[in-house]
Design a protein. Structure first.
Length: 349
């Protein structure tokens, strides 16, 4: 990663610090209307592609509920959005600082050796039991954001399910998912589903420009946004100079499957470097898009293509695990490239 890329990435604010939401007006209105009714579902599954603003919406909802604890209050009934002034509201500052007592966030954390875990553990998930104590109703709303529910290990998912089955009063769960259809069916059944769509190109440009401190007129930004398929995260990744070219090279090799050229894979592996997170993300993102296109193309004849659909889904799970391990433990990228194309070649024969 170049110094400029590293500086840009480190400057991108976390969703808990992001006050503006680009797009998703219908989803925001759905949450606001449900809260104003005084009968809001206790759990929401916010799904959609990665990097389109799901976590940003979840934190936006959390701030609003924690700032305005009475759904029938005039200020809530008159509200046109979930916006909370980040300068005037103590709640917004506390959420950004991870110091609000009414908000619990479940996300991947570092282990005792300082290495980022690949999953959200059951011990972390069990924190919800003490968080949603019997005094929750007396003390106001308690909100739990799971970012993402896809990263719960099986025991953690079951621990979350138990509290979803008997939710305390004035509790709100906002579960973020990149693949909501793969979430445990029993969890899905206890959630109101809220599907977010990819952003338009202009919305991606506006969001990415604000996140990265760039001018909306930046030509490189527009090129990245047009190739991002509605994902701000993807656009920011593609801004990493050679990332877009790397994705194009990956796409060219994927188009030749099940044939694989070892020399080309060596070259692709070299282009990923040894610790370049941007390049690795661009590579995995290109694989993700290719598999998604294959799965979508086969959906029309799902019964006939069921074996291939199953193989591709299984391979994608292996790729995700391998990519996480590679990034978490800073492993060599080239073996990952060979493994990924080997698995995909076998699945497409």
């Amino acid at each position: 990663m170049s110094p400029r890329q590293a500086e840009r990435e480190s400057a991108i604010p976390h969703p808990r610090e992001t006050s503006r939401l680009f797009g998703h007006r219908e989803a925001e209105t759905a949450l606001l209307s449900a809260y104003r009714s005084g009968r809001i579902p206790h759990a929401w599954l916010i799904g959609g592609p990665q990097g389109i603003g799901k976590a940003t919406l979840a934190y936006r909802m959390a701030r609003f509920v924690l700032a305005h604890g009475q759904p029938l209050a005039d200020v809530v009934q008159r509200a046109e959005s979930l916006a909370v002034d980040p300068d005037d509201a103590a709640v917004a500052r506390q959420v950004a600082a991870e110091s609000h007592g009414g908000l619990l966030t479940l996300e991947r954390t570092a282990n005792d050796r300082g290495v980022m875990r690949t999953v959200i553990t059951v011990d972390e998930t069990r924190e919800t039991i003490s968080f949603f104590g019997s005094t929750a109703a007396a003390e106001g709303w308690r909100v739990c954001i799971v970012d993402t529910v896809d990263e719960l290990n099986p025991n953690a998912a079951n621990a979350l399910l138990k509290i979803l089955e008997e939710p305390p009063q004035q509790s709100l769960f906002l579960l973020v998912s990149h693949a909501p259809a793969r979430v445990l069916a029993t969890i899905q059944s206890r959630c109101r589903k809220l599907r977010l769509r990819p952003l338009g190109t202009d919305e991606v440009i506006s969001a990415a420009a604000e996140a990265a401190g760039l001018a909306p007129t930046d030509l490189a930004l527009r090129e990245a946004a047009e190739a991002s398929e509605g994902s701000v995260a993807r656009a920011l990744t593609l801004l990493g100079g050679d990332a877009l070219k790397l994705q194009q090279r990956t796409a060219a090799l994927l188009a030749r499957l099940p044939q694989v050229d070892p020399r080309e894979l060596h070259t692709l592996g070299d282009s990923l470097g040894t610790s370049d997170r941007v390049a690795l993300a661009a590579f995995i993102d290109g694989i993700d898009r290719w598999i998604a296109e294959r799965l979508h193309a086969d959906e029309a004849n799902a019964n006939q293509n069921l074996p291939r659909l199953a193989r591709l889904a299984e391979v994608w799970e292996k790729i995700v695990r391998a990519a996480r391990d590679t990034e978490t433990y800073n492993l060599e990228r080239k073996p990952l490239v060979f493994s990924v194309f080997g698995w995909l070649a076998d699945a497409t024969r």
